[in-house]
Write a protein that binds this ligand. Structure first.
Ligand SMILES: [Zn+2]
Length: 147
């Protein structure tokens, strides 16, 4: 059952393999975004660790992106407003650093917040997708952000 306290939203799985992987993590009580699990469960290392957030690259970058970062709170929270306003300022600063690294024409930030049964998310732990966009992508970058 997926409820308000679940770590994963199984119906958001994009394949049967991903669904069973999420089920095993849920059963084990493992949140792949909590800092103590990042080294084991994320393909890429933490590139930056701030006061409120860490930055890593998405293990599954979306088609059409030049680079796909995840900016993840160090605390396990499910909604942006569980963090102090200072975390918002740090998020801005991290995006600036990542943008400057690539000097793209455009970027996009997607942060789902709240109950993942209704926001299109699959992992309860809040995270921002920060994508560096291509000026001529092979595919349009798409994010689902609702039920
Ligand atoms: Zn977590």
């Amino acid at each position: 059952m997926t409820g308000a306290d679940s770590l994963y939203y199984l119906d958001a799985a994009r394949s049967p393999e991903q669904r069973s992987y999420m089920e095993s993590l849920e059963d084990g009580g493992v949140c792949i975004f909590c800092p103590e699990h990042v080294a084991e469960y994320q393909e890429h290392p933490v590139e930056h660790r701030g006061e409120h957030w860490y930055v890593t690259r998405n293990s599954y970058p979306y088609a059409g992106t030049v680079a796909h970062y995840l900016i993840v709170p160090l605390r396990h929270v499910t909604a942006f407003d569980e963090l102090p306003d200072a975390a918002g300022a740090e998020l801005w600063s991290l995006q600036r650093v990542l943008k400057d690294r690539h000097a793209p024409l455009a970027t996009a930030t997607v942060m789902r917040s709240g109950d993942m049964r209704y926001n299109g998310g699959s992992v309860a732990h809040l995270h921002a997708h920060f994508v560096i966009l291509d000026d001529a992508p092979a595919e349009t970058v798409r994010f689902k952000v609702s039920a």
